[in-house]
Write a protein that binds this ligand. Structure first.
Ligand code: SF4
Length: 605
């Protein structure tokens, strides 16, 4: 099999048993990789109603067929599990160099099951695979963990994915980190890792990824890299200013959520834009494995030394979302989140919920004691509560549960800006209604990246669509974005390649690498299968579509007060039935038998 190593590692943390399993081409053609592999194993091997922190939940690290190749951005891996934040599927992907190294070690995926008795880490050196004691690094932040383990195994070239104290303390939005600052961020995958007493995966590989037709692959890759370099975003804005190049663009378009989505433009956006970051703190760009774009930022601040980021979402979540206008504090807060292993979006979202609950009088000052008041714009809040929630100290214990549970405890669920209990990212969908439908229907809850309708609605990729058009064309475009993103993820590539590449480009690279002859439609069918299988998992876990394919009341009921989208809400009720129908689903949002059959999912029902 080309593109794959054909082997999966299974590690039972309860018994210590380590075994290997083969995968074949039929399986690969059905699921492609990463999310596809992950959802197959979850549907086959766990009860979707399992308690996410119980040993019966499984944690899967999976690569794609282009991971570890020279395909542009071909270094991604994904962590898949049942989320302790949403109670549904979590699939979080990360760049850096870990994914490629896992592939070089000869493994397409690792399935962790059970729970270790004491902290452990997994050491992989090609076929040598061992569980080792991690008691001495339990409690350490991410940079220390990486430093100690690199010295311990005596090989500077190892790649490490680990959790920080947040994952150990079961903060429901803890991330899995690699290369210090790269995060498989969303859905609390790091907390599931912590629940299994698994501190890190340390990997070193010396094998190749075999390519079906190397000369053809090289020429296809060269052509795609050229396309990316000539694109104004992939070859211009992203390398120059990082993802935070979006701050000014999104703010000017009136969909930069401010003070927990109470406003849609931030008066200080320019001061914390990618341009401002570049002028004050940027040291250099840092690309992930095989990436010609290089959106990563190496930055420096006297308080933390050399660090990375913040990228767009983090800048917003720790800034405008909280009404905070102090780029230095945001840089430091972002660094803390990386060190503790926290998802920055959910960290900011939880704090924003807390601030509104406090300002509305639902969190009483007595509850905070001497801690800083949770007021929008209060910079003191940032570092103090990030620390407290990581270690579940004082009020931080409640914050560690995430925004939804916090709001529920204080009778203010309407102030939680999220979907399926996961905090929303940095786009007010009242200014991009197709994006709003994407939030509502996303399998992993409030998330932008699996259906980035900002591309057509604001940025004009692949062509410009009116952000307030809610016709069938818009709904169909969303479905294509969801299915295509599943293919890009499963291939092991970064979605930022969609600035410059289209569906046929991914087909070309996959076919040349794998020696397959699939059409673009056949790849999109794989994407549709993955999307539906994830939906099936959620339905089996108890998803109530008509109640939970939803948006916060504010976004469907409170018109934007000012700016370019003044007067708009998301007309979700008008779009959702058509989304179900165009997906081939029933009116109640469930997947009918004929769709299950069409996608070959009968064995998972
Ligand atoms: S575009 Fe950015 S996030 Fe994506 S692979 Fe390249 S450097 Fe990493």
């Amino acid at each position: 099999m080309y593109g794959y190593q054909g082997k999966i590692l299974r590690v039972n943390l309860t018994t210590g048993k380590i075994s290997e399993e083969k995968i074949d081409e039929e399986f690969a053609k059905k699921w492609l990789g990463t999310r596809g592999f992950g959802i197959h194993f979850l549907l086959k091997e766990i009860d979707p109603k399992v308690e996410p922190f119980s040993p019966e939940n499984k944690l899967i690290f999976a690569t794609g067929p282009l991971t570890g190749t020279t395909a542009p951005t071909g270094g991604r891996y994904m962590v898949i599990t049942k989320s302790p934040l949403t109670g549904y599927i979590a699939m979080a992907n990360s760049g850096g160099f870990f994914g490629a190294e896992l592939k070089f070690a000869g493994w397409d995926a690792i399935i962790f099951e059970g729970k270790a008795e004491h902290p452990v880490y997994l050491y992989i050196n090609d076929d040598q695979v061992e569980l080792r004691d991690a008691s001495h690094i339990w409690g350490k932040v991410v940079s220390e963990t990486e430093k100690i383990l690199t010295e311990e195994v005596g090989d500077k070239k190892v790649q490490i994915a680990s959790i920080g104290p947040a994952g150990e303390n079961l903060v429901r939005f803890a991330a899995v980190m690699n290369n210090g600052h790269r995060a498989a961020g969303r859905g609390g995958v790091g907390a599931v890792m912590g629940s299994k007493n698994l501190k890190a995966v340390v990997v070193r590989g010396h094998k190749k990824v075999e390519i079906a037709d190397r000369a053809k692959f090289m020429s296809v890759v060269k052509e795609k890299i050229e396309k990316l370099k000539n694109d104004p975003v992939a070859g211009g804005g992203l390398p120059k200013y990082g993802t935070a190049v979006l701050v000014n663009i999104i703010n000017q378009n009136g969909l930069y959520p401010t003070r927990n989505f109470q406003d849609s433009q931030f008066e200080y956006a320019e001061e914390q834009s990618g341009e401002a970051l570049a002028s004050k703190y940027l040291v250099k760009n840092k690309p992930c494995f095989a990436c010609p774009i290089g959106c990563g930022r190496v930055t420096r601040h006297p308080a933390v030394g050399v660090t990375e980021g913040p990228e767009y979402e983090s800048t917003w979540a720790l800034g405008a979302h909280l009404g905070i206008n102090d780029l230095a504090s945001i840089v430091i807060a972002n660094h803390l989140c990386d060190e503790y292993g926290l998802d920055t979006i959910s960290t900011g979202g939880t704090l924003a919920t807390a601030m509104e609950l406090y300002e509305k009088g639902l969190i009483k000052p007595e509850e905070l004691g001497d801690a800083p008041p949770l007021r929008f714009g209060n910079t003191e809040v940032l570092h103090y509560y990030i620390e407290k929630l990581t270690f579940r100290e004082g009020f931080g214990d409640k914050l560690a549960e995430g925004g939804y549970r916090l709001a529920e405890m204080h009778n203010g669920v309407e102030y939680f800006m999220g979907v399926k209990k996961q905090e929303l990212p940095a786009y007010d969908p009242r200014g991009a209604e197709g994006h709003g439908l994407g939030y509502a229907t996303n399998n992993r809850g409030g998330c932008h990246i699996k259906n980035y309708m900002i591309s057509p609605e604001i940025l004009g990729y692949p062509y410009k669509m009116d952000p307030h058009d809610i016709s069938d064309d818009k709904v169909k475009m969303l479905i294509v974005f969801q299915d295509l993103t599943a293919v890009i993820d499963a291939a092991g590539l970064c979605v930022f390649t969609t600035f410059g590449l289209g569906a046929d480009d991914y087909r070309d690279m996959l076919n040349a690498a794998l020696g397959w002859d699939l059409t673009t439609e056949e790849y999109l069918k794989i994407g549709e299968r993955i999307w539906n299988a994830e939906r099936l998992f959620n339905l089996k876990a108890g998803l109530e579509p008509l109640k939970e394919d939803s948006l916060p009341k504010r976004l469907v009921g409170e018109p934007v007060k000012d700016g370019p989208n003044k007067g708009h809400v998301v007309r979700l009720k008008e779009m959702l039935p058509r989304y179900y129908s165009l997906r081939g689903w029933a009116g109640d949002g469930k997947i009918p038998e004929e769709k299950i059959k069409e996608l070959g999912l009968e064995e998972y029902v």
